[in-house]
Design a binder for this molecule. Sequence first.
Ligand code: MG
Length: 375
Amino acid sequence: MKTAAIIVAAGSGIRAGGSVPKQFAPLAGKPMLAHSYAALTSHPAVDAVLVVIGAGQEDALRSALGDIDFVVGGASRRESVANGLAALGDADRVLIHDAARPFLPHAVIDRLLAALEAHAGAIPGLPVADTLVSATGESVPRDGLTRVQTPQAFRANAIRQAHAEWPADREATDDAQMLRALGHEVAVVEGSAMLEKITHPADFAAAEARFAPQMRVRTATGYDVHRFAEREELWLGGVLVPHSKGLSGHSDADVALHAITDALLGTIGAGDIGMHFPPSDPRWRGQRSARFLEHAASLVAAEGGMIDFIDLTIICEAPKIGPHREAIRASIAAILGLKLSDVSVKATTTERLGFTGRGEGMAAQAIATVRVPAA
Ligand code: MG
């Protein structure tokens, strides 16, 4: 049974103060669209995820999520979904989701897919708690009313038929309405308060607040040492520092980036740098350590994690780190996509004691603070 998901992210509305459509605007540490994309791709039952974007949004998508499967949408949401269904390829079940609902609990997907056993369609909903009043001031009974959310789940052949038979000159409330028009019953499963739609600029702040308790703070340390050698370059934090000697090692021996890489790997319990980039592997000979750090950061991101802060201490007698501190800080921030204020770089000597004091080598230690989704 193949399950595919479509995320409709074709809107052109801009977040107040922003310059990109709101689905690409930052929310809780990453572009809004990246949250639901991660939730869907990480669900064990979902085999493929296709994003529907607006015309001209290719670059915004690429900078938000890299090279992923996408299709350009149409003039209406219905046409955008239809384009997605047409581009999807083989699938038995389809989840249709809106990027404006970024926080998608796996439990909701589980409930929807379970309901598809007995129904051609299933939608998440929440009971209406507020008093409802019509435009003319009459109160509307809320019994039996449901606030409908997405993703909406369908048997693929049924929703494809529903789209094919829907009149082109009429808009639909949602995909479930189109399925009902074919005479199918649509199951309603329990939705989630996490799935509230982000419509207005103020919704961003509310969504951040809703998201915060779902994240757990993790800190981890990293430590590394390399030996000084003649005729080597000295790379520190991705910066080439002029010095009479450099550090020797299998890669570029960037002791600072290695310590940070290990700290990040530690936050997700993903072992250490030697496991991911074994010195025995010729591929890593002379390799820029920025690549190791980017890889560790991508593993954190794959867990849904966000890097909050990096603190680095470089330990050596020489060279003086002070003149290079800001360049190193900026380099680390750039590699990790962090603000300068989220990176701290410090240096110390060891009072001429030990191997660092004798100038035989350098050490670095780092602490990474990240937030990862509570399981
Ligand atoms: Mg090392």
